[in-house]
Design a protein around this ligand. Structure first.
Ligand code: MIC
Ligand code: SF4
Length: 756
């Protein structure tokens, strides 16, 4: 039986009426995304139409999910909201804080020792406020959500950018910062700009070596890392319905890498099968009864260009397997072109490690298909050339694949099985001990979703390529980046030429899923007596102090902290890996602020000028010096600033240290909202070329900040080192409510005031 079945039935009970009303208001057939959005309005039944890409709308998501690394900050904030219990079903998942080193058992034991304090904190806060708790080892948030909580037509938010994975089960699932989650947990509306809609028609059918992952690798090439910003991607077509539900999850998951608000698929029988296989026949039956509302109207599929803002068509029958990378997930190379591309770009051909699994690619189908390749190693007398690792997405999957013999198959090719956790995907991979920073130049391939510099192992010289688990396995067997399993042969131990046969697997376990302890701990019905402890001398956890509003005076005479050059993702602003341990301690984690960003004036990282002394130093130290002197600062950046993670630390840390404004060419959605929530100014250049006007010794005055109002650009006076001045106009997207957050110092300050 499913969790929260009454809530799900409640959503379905009002769906028909709301969808009908929305169709009348919009005046034409509806896409699935519109049906879900209009049936989740905070005000209930729709009474007006919204303009895509323009109107801010209040929504009422059905549930919230948080993972350990972001939950700490989210819950520390929630504790200030003045509520006895969460208002909607919420869960916390312990997955990011488990370092991969030797293998599942030992690694889990070590994580339970080293992060004990944090897990205890999360468990007790969950118990107190009625939150479901998934203990370390239970699995990665998105896989656990897909297996237990996602339902067609639902809407959820989660404090992780890959929350979008639940689109595989036909949800609108959106990644947010912790402060957004606090709104929903506290029973308030959640605001989002009504998204634009991108339709992706999948014609043809997947076969052979091509996998769902290749669909999103191709979409990433087409849209690039920012092409999906502000949009929901809705997939449809015969190729979509023919694909497994977990394959759909993979595609939606990595939609975060094109900046999409979320991605989703219409309800079909693959979802029905998956729901039943994961012990949720009750949800499957309920969904079946309203299935016409859980997919787009037929006219939309017939003439998509009339209903979507952009339409992309991909023919799955001709789609090749791809590898995307290095350093960015949108640099796509079809496998037949890899030999040439690697040569041109001088990518090391020798593949040191192949890693499969993670939240995006560890379904039973993925694992069984990869195992069918591993099995051929002994059959064909081959030897696996690269190291090989598996990170299962959940205990349910791990237990089942072990039962079905796949773990043994992988172990026979020398694989290491890591814990059911994020591990190497988020730099929690002890590959080099303390020598990662100047590790050797090398290539790895993985089936994860992100491959920014240093992301997997902390080594800036590791080039990571993203591919399907099948392709990663084949490449690990061959040990070469340019191995194309479709056309190439391998020489086996006996000197014979052999070919790998196409991967084969099962959509779902033929004998069903099983598990002994899935890892769930239900909260107390009445948690009011539960005490939440945070030691005052803890280096891992720190209670929050409210942020002080930025006065108009403080926004005059500001200094430049850093002008970031090129890609500046949340990994550059607040690195993960070893820093994950400080995610619950704002002052400690602030010591990594922007240390990965490249200084545009000297192309170095963590080396900026302190205008007060003229000396160069690390970003956090320099910023602390400004803070001490009572001077606010400004950060300047390029396009898609804050791409990647939902971590609000990337906003809270600068805020805590005294950065007042971030001025960039464009923002990634979640990061822009996070800045607003923490009471900062997140601004974009009206003239992109003004980025070039910013010099190292600049001082800034927000001359008309007193007139800060929706739709009105702000004027920034820039005083250069030689006394000359420029005027720069800065756009912003703050609405009235968001300006109120700015005036109060943060959104949380406002909630507190309203609940007082
Ligand atoms: C990621 O994939 O980058 C993460 C780690 O899951 C993040 C969340 C975090 O930084 O804690 C995300 O995607 O939001
Ligand atoms: Fe974890 Fe990686 Fe998935 Fe993020 S993308 S939730 S780090 S497995």
């Amino acid at each position: 039986m499913a969790f929260d079945i009454d809530m799900i039935k409640g959503v379905y009970a009002t769906m028909e009426e709301r969808v009908k009303k929305a169709r009348e208001l919009v005046g034409k057939p509806l896409t699935l995304s519109e049906k879900i959005l209009y049936s989740h309005l905070w005000d209930g039944t729709p009474d007006k139409m919204f303009t895509r890409g323009k109107d801010y709308v209040d929504f009422a998501p059905d549930r919230v999910a948080c993972q350990d690394a972001t939950a700490q900050m989210a819950l520390l904030q929630f504790m200030h909201a003045g509520k006895p219990k969460v208002a909607v079903p919420t869960t916390v998942h312990c997955d990011h804080l488990i370092q991969a080193k030797v293998g599942a058992e030992a690694d889990l034991l070590r994580a339970n020792q080293t992060s004990n304090e944090v897990f205890d904190f999360l468990e007790s806060v969950s118990n107190k406020y009625g939150i479901g708790f998934w203990k370390p080892g239970a699995g990665i948030i998105h896989q656990v959500v897909l297996e237990n909580y996602a339902f067609p037509g639902g809407m959820m938010i989660g404090t992780d950018s890959h929350t979008v994975n639940a689109g595989g089960l036909g949800m609108v699932a959106i990644g947010v910062g912790g402060a957004d989650a606090v709104d929903v947990m506290a029973g308030m509306a959640w605001e989002l700009k009504f998204p634009k809609l991108i339709g992706v028609k999948l014609s043809g059918k997947l076969s052979g070596w091509t996998a769902p992952k290749d669909v999103i690798l191709k979409v990433a090439e087409i849209l690039t890392v920012k092409g999906g910003t502000g949009a929901i991607i809705e997939y449809f077509g015969e190729g979509a319905t023919a694909m497994s539900c977990t394959g759909k999850g993979t595609i939606c998951n990595m939609g975060a890498e094109v900046g999409a608000t979320t991605s989703t698929f219409g309800y079909d029988t693959s979802m029905d099968r998956y729901l039943r296989a994961t012990d949720r026949a009750d949800v499957a039956d309920a969904a079946l009864a309203v299935k016409e509302h859980l997919t787009a109207d037929p006219e939309v599929h017939a003439r998509p260009e009339k209903y979507f803002d952009q339409v992309i068509e991909i023919d799955l029958s001709t789609l090749e397997p791809h590898l995307n990378g290095p350093y960015t997930p949108d640099l796509a190379t079809p496998i037949s072109k890899m030999a040439e591309a690697a040569k041109t770009n001088d990518w090391p051909l020798n593949v040191e490690v192949g890693l499969i699994g993670s939240c995006t690619n560890s379904s039973y189908e993925d694992i069984s298909r990869a195992a069918s390749l591993a099995k051929q190693v002994s059959e064909k007398k081959l030897k696996t050339k690269s190291q090989f690792t598996i990170t299962p997405g959940s205990e349910l999957v791990r237990y089942t694949i072990e039962r079905d013999g796949f773990i043994d198959t992988f172990e026979e090719i020398g694989a290491t099985v890591f814990a059911n956790a994020c591990g190497p995907c988020i730099g929690m991979w002890d590959r080099y001990g303390d020598k990662a920073a100047d590790g050797p130049r090398n290539t790895i391939v993985h089936s994860f979703n992100r491959n920014f510099a240093k992301r997997a192992d902390g080594n800036p010289n590791t080039m990571a390529f993203v591919g399907s688990p099948e392709l990663v396995t084949a490449i690990a067997i061959a040990g070469r980046l340019d191995f194309n399993p479709i056309t190439d042969t391998l020489i086996n131990e006996e000197g014979e030429e052999v070919r790998l046969e196409e991967p084969r697997g099962y959509e779902l376990p033929p004998e069903g899923f099983s598990v002994e302890d899935a890892g769930f701990i239900a909260p107390k019905v009445d948690g009011s007596g539960v005490e939440v402890k945070v030691a005052t001398d803890s280096e891992r956890l720190q209670l929050l102090e409210p942020f002080v509003p930025l006065s108009n005076e403080s926004l005059q005479g500001m200094k430049l902290l850093i002008k970031a050059f090129g890609k500046c993702t949340t990994d550059h602003i607040s690195m993960a890996g070893p820093w994950l341990r400080f995610r619950g301690h704002l002052d400690n984690i602030a010591n990594n602020t922007l240390i990965g960003a490249v200084n545009a004036f000297n192309q170095k990282t963590n080396f900026v000028k302190n205008q007060l002394t003229g000396e160069y130093g690390g970003v956090p130290d320099t910023q602390r010096a400004y803070k001490k002197a009572g001077i606010k600062t400004l950060v300047v950046g390029d396009h898609n600033y804050g791409e990647g993670s939902s971590r609000e630390h990337a906003a809270m840390q600068p805020r805590h240290l005294g950065v007042a404004a971030v001025l960039v060419k464009s923002f990634a959605r979640i990061h822009e909202t996070n800045l607003k929530k923490q009471g900062m100014l997140g601004l974009t250049f009206v003239q992109e070329s003004d980025y070039d006007l910013i010099q190292e010794d600049d001082t800034f005055n927000f001359v008309d900040i007193a007139e800060f109002a929706p739709g009105k650009p702000l004027t920034l006076e820039v005083v250069h080192g030689d006394g000359s001045r420029d005027i720069i106009m800065a756009n912003h997207t703050y609405n009235r409510a968001q300006i109120a957050w700015f005036k109060e110092g943060s959104a949380l300050n406002l909630i507190k005031k309203e609940n007082a």
